[in-house]
Design a protein around this ligand. Structure first.
Ligand code: 5GP
Ligand code: ZN
Length: 122
C-alpha cells in the first residue's frame, strides 16, 4: 500500500519514534508547529476519521491515552496541550492514515484558523 505512515510503521522510511507498542506508534512531526509536535498513529491503516468503525473505538481511545501519557512524560500535562485529528480537505488532512497531532510546550490560540472559519460561515 502506498501510504507514507504505513511505510514509517514498517520502518521503510525513517522517523524520530518516541513511543511504540502493539497497537500504536508515535513520532515527531517533520514540520513541528510547537516545541513538541508528535503524531500518534495506529498500526492499522485507517484512511480518515470517516473510516473509523465501532470496533476501532478502543484503538482510537488508546491513541488519545497515548497522547496524554506522552504529555505527562514530557512534563507539559499540567500546563496543557492540544490534540487534533484533521479529516479530509476542509480539515486540512494531507496524509490519509489517521493520526492524532499532539502539540505542547507553548500556549496556543483559539480558534486556530479564524479567517477560514469566517469564510466557511459566510
Ligand atoms: P495532516 O495535515 O494530514 O493532519 O498532518 C500530516 C502531518 O504529517 C503534517 O503535520 C506533516 O508535517 C507531517 N509529515 C508529513 N510527512 C512526514 C514525514 O515524512 N515524516 C514525519 N515525521 N512527518 C511528516
Ligand atoms: Zn497507512
Amino acid at each position: 500500500m502506498d501510504c507514507l505512515f504505513c511505510k514509517i510503521i514498517n520502518k521503510e522510511i525513517p522517523a524520530d519514534i518516541i513511543y511504540e507498542d502493539e497497537h500504536v506508534i508515535a513520532f515527531n512531526d517533520i514540520s513541528p508547529q510547537a516545541p513538541t509536535h508528535a503524531l500518534i498513529i495506529p498500526r492499522k491503516h485507517i484512511a480518515t476519521l470517516n473510516d473509523v468503525q465501532a470496533e476501532d473505538g478502543a484503538l482510537v481511545g488508546h491513541m488519545v491515552k497515548t497522547a496524554a501519557t506522552i504529555a505527562k512524560q514530557l512534563g507539559f500535562d499540567e500546563n496543557g496541550y492540544r490534540t487534533v485529528f484533521n479529516c479530509n480537505p476542509h480539515g486540512g488532512q494531507t496524509v490519509y492514515h489517521i493520526h492524532l497531532h499532539l502539540l505542547g510546550g507553548k500556549p496556543m490560540g483559539w480558534p486556530p484558523y479564524q479567517e477560514t472559519l469566517k469564510t466557511a460561515v459566510e
